[in-house]
Structures are given as structure tokens and as C-alpha cells.
Design a protein around this ligand. Structure first.
Ligand SMILES: *[C@@H]1O[C@H](CO)[C@@H](O)[C@H](O)[C@H]1NC(C)=O
Ligand SMILES: *[C@@H]1O[C@H](CO)[C@@H](O)[C@H](O)[C@H]1NC(C)=O
Ligand SMILES: *[C@@H]1O[C@H](CO)[C@@H](O)[C@H](O)[C@H]1NC(C)=O
Ligand SMILES: *[C@@H]1O[C@H](CO)[C@@H](O)[C@H](O)[C@H]1NC(C)=O
Length: 355
């Protein structure tokens, strides 16, 4: 009895000690890099950042990639806010780990989107850095350089085509547990393979939204010669693409599978599809235990039929209307010479917030 209680006490002390020594490192994931202030990276260094053992090793071997990892995380967090700003779940984040709260691990559609956008952000940021010539390990796509296409229009590849292969490789290496592609049949998913599948779908989204841009050369824009290059879409487009995938995501739990027809059951999940295990809560009411803030106090649009409409956003609870005074410069005139004179115009606008 004596020794046992002593052991328990010792373990408790050890746990408390660990919690105070590494509050970040032990609880968080790398997504935290998306919400930290500038300069923290340099101060903490690879060994104190909230990375897994494998990620820390990668960070030590390729420290030059760390700024891109942070940029990618930031890009992804900002885009998640942007895509979900009108939804009940608005992708709220905190400065403290685990950043996305319960949603990072709940196995819902929201978890799926978070993992997809984070993996895509990493591909995007690393590739951008490659294209700008900041990295010795990667650059522009050498295969699409100076190659004549033999087309009658006479255009050719030139400039810098984004080479996403390196960024994609790094994103897999950094985020996935295995480094291998998963191809899981419906029903056999775990949270870990679900996350990995969705991360890969995020990387594919960067690939699928790429486009070809061209520039004309020649006398007074005659376009006698045309140079073209492959370029990644602005990250907002990648975000919109993934938001659409989120809306059409499929449940892959055992129960969902059993409801399917046999033929469908055996078909593997498309690699561009987002998958989830658990149904989402409705995000209407506050639930501290699950870190759900609820929609009380959220601004809504009385005339919109979309998710930002008062009816949907407030979950039928109704809304309050406030009148807000709005002051603007107006009727601006150019006065010779040289300034602009404006009047101040006031308007009263209605603002609605959920009850
Ligand atoms: C999400 O909504 C909450 C209110 O429910 C608000 O406090 C928070 O700032 C919003 N987050 C974002 C990222 O818009
Ligand atoms: C590339 O390096 C330059 C100079 O250090 C920096 O200003 C720029 O932000 C870097 N680009 C990327 C995408 O990291
Ligand atoms: C994973 O899949 C992608 C696209 O399907 C392929 O290009 C890549 O080589 C695969 N990687 C591995 C490690 O099998
Ligand atoms: C509210 O929704 C309507 C219809 O979708 C739209 O035209 C209007 O610009 C929105 N108002 C605000 C303040 O967003």
C-alpha cells in the first residue's frame, strides 16, 4: 500500500512537472504555428516548437523550410476563417493549443476541412518559396521550360512554372504518419486514416486548381509570340474548392457503410473527396465542454437566404436589431490645386444579431 500510493504521487508530480515545462510541446500540433506572432519561430527553434518527434527531426534536417511551414499554417488558418465566416461553425481559433479546439480531433466534416486546408496551405507556401528561388532543393518546373509545343499558334513554355511536387512531397512527409498513400475502403477508416485521406485531398486540391497563364510578346501587342507557364491558383480558390468538397463530404463510418448497397460498399473512396466519421453538432448553442461558442450574438443578414441569414444562423431563436450610425466621406470634389474636399455623410443602418 505504502509503495503504491508513493508511486502514484511520484507520477502526479512528474505529470505536473511536464505540463509546466512543455505546455506547448506536449499538447499542441503544428497548426499552432498558424496563430503565433512573428519572431516566435526563431526564439523557440525546432526543439521547442509543438511538433511531433518526426516533425522535429525534419525541422532539424531542413531548417530553411520552417518559415514556409509557418506561412502555410497562417495561410490555411486565414482561409478557414474566410470560407466559414458566414457559417454557424465559423472556424474560430484560439491562440492556445489546440487552436481549433475540439474540431481538430472530433472526426467531423469540420475536422476534415481543417486537415485538408492545412495540408494544402503547406504545399502552397513551400511551392511559392520554391518558385521565388528561395530554396536550393527546389525551383521552377524544369520540364516546362523553353519547350516548344509545336502548336500552330507558336506558343511555348517559359517563365517559371510552379513545381508543386516538392511541396507536395514535403507536406506528406511533414503531416502524414506514414509517408505512404492511404487507399482505404469504406468502413475501415480510423481517425488517423481519415485525417491522412483528407490531407491528401487537400494536396490534390492545389494540383487540381492549377491553371496555365500566358503572356503575349510582339509588336504592339500582336501576340506573335506567346509564353505560357503553369501556376497555382490564389489560395482563396483552393479554399473555395475545398469548401465545396466539405459540403459534399461523405461519412465513412461502419454504420454509414452498412446502409449502402453492396456495390457501393466495395468502391474505394475517391481521393478528392473529403470523408468524416462522426456527425457534426448543429453549433447552435454554447457547449463549453465541447468548446462550442454557439451563435448567440453573431451578426446575421435579415434578407439573405444563405447560411448567414438570420433564420438559419440564429437557429430559429430570433434576432435583435440595433441601429448603428455609419459615418463616411462623400460627395468628394477635386479642388484646384491640389486637394480633395469631401463632406461627411451619416447614415443609420440596421444591424441584426442572434438572440
Ligand atoms: C466566430 O464567432 C464568434 C462569436 O460566436 C466570434 O467571437 C469570433 O470572433 C468569430 N471568429 C471568426 C474567426 O470570425
Ligand atoms: C523569399 O525570400 C525573400 C527575401 O528573403 C522574401 O522577401 C520572400 O518573402 C521569400 N518568399 C517566400 C515565398 O518565402
Ligand atoms: C501518392 O499518390 C500520388 C497521386 O496519386 C502519386 O503521385 C505519388 O507518387 C504517391 N506517393 C506514394 C509515396 O506512393
Ligand atoms: C444581405 O443579403 C443580401 C441578399 O443575399 C445581400 O444582397 C446583401 O448585400 C447582404 N447584406 C450585408 C450587409 O451583407
Amino acid at each position: 500500500m505504502e509503495t503504491r500510493s508513493c508511486g502514484v504521487r511520484r507520477m502526479l508530480t512528474l505529470t505536473l512537472l511536464l505540463a509546466s515545462v512543455c505546455p506547448l510541446r506536449c499538447r499542441a500540433s503544428w497548426v499552432w504555428l498558424g496563430v503565433t506572432s512573428a519572431g516566435v519561430l526563431e526564439k523557440l527553434g525546432c526543439s521547442n516548437l509543438p511538433l511531433s518527434g518526426r516533425q522535429r527531426e525534419l525541422c532539424r534536417r531542413k531548417p530553411f523550410l520552417l518559415p514556409s511551414v509557418r506561412d502555410g499554417a497562417r495561410l490555411a488558418v486565414a482561409e478557414c476563417h474566410n470560407q466559414f465566416r458566414h457559417e454557424r461553425w465559423n472556424c474560430s481559433t484560439s491562440q492556445e493549443p489546440p487552436v481549433f479546439g475540439h474540431e481538430l480531433t472530433s472526426g467531423t466534416k469540420e475536422t476534415a476541412f481543417i486537415h485538408a486546408i492545412m495540408a494544402a496551405g503547406l504545399v502552397h507556401a513551400v511551392t511559392q518559396s520554391c518558385s521565388q528561388g528561395n530554396m536550393t532543393e527546389c525551383g521552377c518546373d524544369a520540364q516546362l521550360r523553353g519547350v516548344s509545343t509545336g502548336s500552330p499558334e507558336g506558343w511555348h513554355w517559359g517563365g517559371c512554372s510552379d513545381h508543386i511536387q516538392y511541396g507536395t512531397w514535403f507536406s506528406r512527409k511533414f503531416i502524414d504518419n506514414t509517408g505512404k498513400n492511404v487507399s482505404t475502403s469504406r468502413g475501415a477508416f480510423t481517425l488517423s486514416t481519415m485525417n491522412q485521406h483528407n490531407s491528401e485531398a487537400g494536396r490534390q486540391a492545389v494540383d487540381r486548381t492549377m491553371s496555365t497563364e500566358c503572356r503575349c510578346h510582339g509588336v504592339s501587342g500582336s501576340c506573335a509570340v506567346k509564353t505560357c507557364w503553369r501556376t497555382m491558383a490564389p489560395f482563396e480558390r483552393v479554399g473555395a474548392y475545398l469548401k465545396e468538397r466539405y459540403e459534399r463530404s461523405v461519412q465513412v463510418s461502419d454504420r454509414a457503410r452498412r446502409k449502402m448497397r453492396r456495390k457501393e460498399q466495395r468502391r474505394p473512396v475517391d481521393k478528392n473527396q473529403l470523408v468524416y466519421l462522426n456527425k457534426s453538432p448543429n453549433y447552435c448553442l454554447e457547449d463549453r465542454r465541447q468548446g462550442i461558442t454557439g451563435t448567440k450574438g453573431r451578426r446575421c443578414n435579415r434578407t439573405s437566404a444563405g447560411p448567414d441569414g438570420c433564420n438559419l444562423l440564429c437557429c430559429g431563436r430570433g434576432y435583435n436589431t440595433h441601429v448603428v450610425r455609419h459615418v463616411q466621406h462623400c460627395e468628394c470634389k477635386f479642388v484646384w490645386c491640389c486637394y480633395v474636399r469631401c463632406r461627411r455623410c451619416e447614415s443609420m443602418n440596421d444591424m441584426h444579431t442572434c438572440k
